[in-house]
Design a protein around this ligand. Structure first.
Ligand SMILES: NC(=O)c1ccc[n+]([C@@H]2O[C@H](COP(=O)([O-])OP(=O)(O)OC[C@H]3O[C@@H](n4cnc5c(N)ncnc54)[C@H](O)[C@@H]3O)[C@@H](O)[C@H]2O)c1
Length: 328
């Protein structure tokens, strides 16, 4: 690896970020960066996309500010620029959001690599392409990073930080700090098909499509089942803390083994990480240690768990989110 210019401090708010691609995601990303005080230069090869930016960005900006003057001031921090070489000038970060076409991204990153000094971070918002493929024609690959927004990107707080074998750990740390500066949370993962969030999301959806294909359960029952059981728990604690709070690892392993025996599906075979916890006796909150450590007595943990879940379920019942979106 070349001498890396990382780690290095983040520029203060007011530093310049270039967003390339003013479509659906570029519009969201540019508005979010402007909201957090960065000076944004928005570049698109299609002049019409630059002309229509302000109009398309207004509803996004309205999530952050209600006063028209504040929205105007926010959007005024985004400067449209058709020329890529002009757009990247003074930028500490270039964030690409052009179409999900490998050749397009490869050509663009080769051009960015030639245009930008080595300390400039070159990020991609790709949903599915691998960083090593996108960077195939880039000389200074150690400044490439995936920063993948999840729709709606200005609201969903976690942003995936995708790295490749050639990514220095200091650049991942830099990515986390940058994402923190826009009040989001970076979740890091190595480049794999589906990255982190889609990998998890589609594991669930694939099972759901199968249940529907096989006529095992209906649309309404699937949504109600998830919304009123695993959904709230996942929103509060994530899958691993949830497991610690609700089930012993011995039982979790027995269930996966049973599913494996019944289906023959290797995906259900109890994984080494789970077996290891069982062998160590790290069975979950009940033993004071699972994936997490618990210092409070188990009874107190259960009471707090139930309080949080009751509050969330009550909040959801009062607001009737499904009823407000779909006809009765
Ligand atoms: N749409 C989503 O919900 C979503 C969510 C997460 C990630 N993504 C990813 O974000 C990226 C952008 O997706 P999108 O839906 O915003 O696409 P889009 O089609 O809405 O916009 C792409 C824009 O890039 C411009 N463009 C193309 N090549 C260019 C170049 N060389 N230089 C300058 N501008 C160029 C186009 O003119 C267009 O305006 C993709 O990689 C996509 O996979 C999309």
């Amino acid at each position: 690896m070349n001498d890396t210019p990382f780690p290095r401090p983040l520029p203060p708010p007011g530093g310049t970020i270039c967003v390339v691609g003013a479509g659906f995601m570029g519009c969201v990303i540019a508005t979010l960066y402007a909201h957090h005080g960065y000076a944004v230069v928005l570049c698109d090869m299609n002049a019409g996309m630059l002309d229509s930016f302000t109009e398309r960005a207004r509803p996004i900006a309205a999530s952050f500010a209600s006063e028209p003057a504040a929205i105007d001031a926010m959007l005024a921090r985004v400067r449209p620029e058709a020329s890529l070489s002009q757009a990247v000038k003074n930028a500490f970060l270039v964030h690409e959001a052009v179409q999900e076409v490998l050749e397009t991204k490869q050509a663009l990153f080769a051009e960015l690599d030639a245009l930008c000094p080595p300390q400039v971070v070159l990020a991609t918002n790709t949903s599915s392409l691998l960083l090593s493929d996108i960077g195939a024609r880039v000389q200074q690959r150690e400044r490439l990073l995936g920063l993948h927004y999840i729709t709606p990107g200005h609201i969903i707080r976690s942003i995936e930080i995708i790295s490749a074998d050639f990514t220095p750990p200091a650049l991942i740390d830099w990515g986390r700090a940058f994402i923190e500066s826009i009040d989001h949370v970076g979740v890091a993962c190595g480049e794999r098909p589906g990255f982190l969030i889609n990998k998890i999301q589609f594991a669930m959806l694939t099972e759901i499509y199968r249940l529907m294909d096989e006529g095992i359960a209906s649309r309404d029952d699937i949504d109600a089942a998830v919304r009123l059981s695993i959904g709230p728990r996942l929103a509060l604690w994530g899958p691993l803390l949830t497991e610690d709070l609700i089930v012993s690892k011995t039982t979790a392993l027995a269930v996966t083994d049973s599913l494996h025996r019944q289906t023959g599906d290797e995906n259900y075979r109890g994984r080494p990480v789970l077996r290891e916890l069982v062998e160590k006796g790290h069975l979950g909150a009940i033993k004071g240690q699972g994936w997490y450590r618990f210092d409070a007595p188990y009874g107190e943990i259960v009471q707090e768990r139930d309080r949080q879940l009751t509050d969330l379920l009550e909040w959801l019942r009062e607001r009737d989110p499904v009823g407000r979106l779909t006809p009765r």
